[in-house]
Each structure stands twice: as C-alpha cells, then as structure tokens.
Design a protein around this ligand. Structure first.
Ligand code: ZN
Length: 116
C-alpha cells in the first residue's frame, strides 16, 4: 500500500471511530491494573494484566525475574475492543497527526451545531 493510500485508509477509518478510541490513539491508553503480578505456572514467568479505562483494550505483560530481582519485561500482547483496529491500516501505523485532525474536526462540527 502506498503512503498516500495508507493515509486515506487511516482518515476513512478514523471517521468511524468513537471519541474514546480517538482519545486513546491521541494520548495513548489510560492503563489500570486488572490483574496484578502473578506467577504463570506453565511459563515460569510473571504476568500482569492491564485494562484501558477508556476503550477497554487489554494488555498482558510478561516478565522474567533477573538475578538481582528486577522484573525484566520480555513480552507484551494486546487485545483490542471490537472496531478499534482499522481495516487496511497496519498496527503501529503512526497516525497521530491524522487522529488529532479528526478530533479537531469533530470539535468544530460540534461547536457549529451548538451555535445554530
Ligand atoms: Zn484505550
């Protein structure tokens, strides 16, 4: 996919996203601990699970215990709510400027609606 086609896919995808999803894309997720550190019996590692307070995405971090007792993160996986990931847009696509543009566009439309 060309850079221009990718930008268009992002712009179109953002139009259908709820405000909470845009806020998370703009400011990052608002993580809260859903399951505190626990020992995974099968993997011999420590797990901690987080949930975003806004969009309810879930994040699972796994850690190894270093000899000096530090917890060293060695893996992270995410589960996103329905509709968060956009068709045709690769995960990790840096689209912050487009996200902010969409948030600003909605704010202007809301202000115009309110002044009618
Ligand atoms: Zn979120």
């Amino acid at each position: 996919m060309s850079n221009r086609a990718s930008k268009r896919a992002v712009k179109n995808g953002l139009k259908n996203q709820p405000n909470d999803f845009l806020a998370c894309r703009d400011m990052r997720h608002a993580w809260d601990v859903s399951t505190d550190y626990f020992l995974a019996e099968d993997d011999n590692c420590i797990i901690r699970e987080l949930e975003c307070m806004r969009c309810h995405a879930c994040r699972r971090d796994s850690f190894q215990i270093a000899r000096d007792r530090r917890l060293v993160r060695n893996g992270t996986s995410y589960t996103y709510p329905e509709g968060y990931l956009m068709k045709g847009v690769p995960r990790g696509n840096k689209s912050q400027d487009l996200v902010r543009g969409e948030i600003y566009r909605r704010m202007l439309a809301q202000a115009a609606e309110a002044s009618r």
